[in-house]
Design a protein around this ligand. Structure first.
Ligand code: NAD
Ligand code: IMJ
Length: 271
């Protein structure tokens, strides 16, 4: 019997079979959870319906997280199928493309800042607020979101998304305190770089992947399945004592300082 047997999970952020949300969906399905999905924009409707089918789910609901009515409508719709909700998976982020290249200060604008923060951080609170009544019916409910090391370190090109992820991580801590008394846990996974649609077109992404291979303790990049397994654990009763936490699934990259550099006198990498 899987460790999520009997749990009901709502997943935001599947855009393709490379999405981190899809890695999470597969792991949760394997562990026995019942799934529902949201998708952003009609263009993705059919694809998400097909992927949902692979997890034996036929609950597929449209949701642009910029829109409060659409968020409310998701839970109104879900109410027709389920009497409670145990898990919310938030795998959503967006900043205008032109903010994710070049110099941070040259390219930041008030509008770009607001968009990045609204979609990538505020949406977590908006979804928690709208879904709270359904999660209150659960015995051990959990919310999980996705962060990146750019929240706490400056990375070339990550720019305004770094600020939005810093806000998202603080959001996790404050939500954990708001919802803890109701038995609802809130955590984030800070994942290493993975080639998803959100990484497509990011200049130098292959070099970033190579750099992680060189310097992370595991000397490789992580997969959506590894992130999925950690998410499944964090949303299960196995993690009943964990909330407000940021768990790194990055092959240990964030622990490195000057490791795997070209200059062998500065590196201990074997070979
Ligand atoms: P992805 O492109 O597959 O997923 C991003 C999702 O965000 C898509 O499903 C997209 O439809 C959704 N989205 C964007 N704007 C939206 C809106 N207004 N309303 C609703 N949905 C919206 O890419 P991914 O890499 O799987 O990203 C998932 C999460 O993982 C993001 O929060 C991202 O920041 C985070 N993350 C990614 C990496 C990486 O290297 N790929 C690393 C660490 C964290
Ligand atoms: C994104 C941009 C710059 C550097 C980056 C990334 N690094 C990594 C990412 C080093 C790992 C991927 N990431 C962690 C994200 O959170 C990506 C978010 C994102 C991506 C896009 C691309 C398309 C677009 N807007 C986006 N908004 C957010 O138009």
């Amino acid at each position: 019997m899987g460790f999520l047997t009997g749990k009901r999970a709502l997943i935001f952020g599947v855009a393709s079979n490379r999405s981190i949300a899809w890695g999470i969906a597969k792991a949760m399905h394997r562990e026995g959870a019942e799934l529902a999905f949201t998708y952003m924009g009609e263009r993705l409707h059919e694809r998400v319906e097909k992927l949902a089918g692979e997890c034996d789910s036929d609950i597929v609901i449209p949701c642009d997280v910029e829109n409060d009515e659409q968020i409310e409508a998701v839970f109104d719709h879900l109410d027709d199928f389920w009497d409670r909700l145990d898990i919310i998976v938030h795998c959503v982020a967006f900043a205008p493309k032109e903010m994710l290249e070049g110099d941070y200060l040259d390219n930041i604008s008030r509008e770009g800042f607001n968009t990045a923060h609204e979609i990538s951080s505020y949406s977590l609170a908006a979804i928690a607020k709208a879904g709270r009544h359904m999660m209150q019916e659960s015995k051990d409910a959990a919310i999980i979101t996705m962060s990146y090391l750019g929240a706490v370190r400056a990375f070339p090109g990550y720019n305004v998304m770094g600020l939005a992820k810093a806000s998202l991580e603080a959001n996790v801590r404050y939500l954990a305190h708001s919802l803890g008394p109701e038995g609802i846990r809130v955590n984030a996974i800070s994942a290493g770089p993975i080639k998803t649609l959100s990484a497509k077109g990011i200049s130098g992404f292959n070099r970033i992947l190579e750099h992680v291979e060189q310097s992370a303790p595991l000397h490789r990049n992580v997969t959506i399945d590894e992130v999925g397994n950690t998410a499944a654990f964090l949303c299960s009763s196995l993690a009943s004592g964990i909330t407000g936490e940021i768990i790194y699934v990055d092959g240990g990259y964030h622990t490195a300082g000057l490791m795997g550099t070209e200059d062998k006198s500065l590196s201990q990498k074997p070979g």
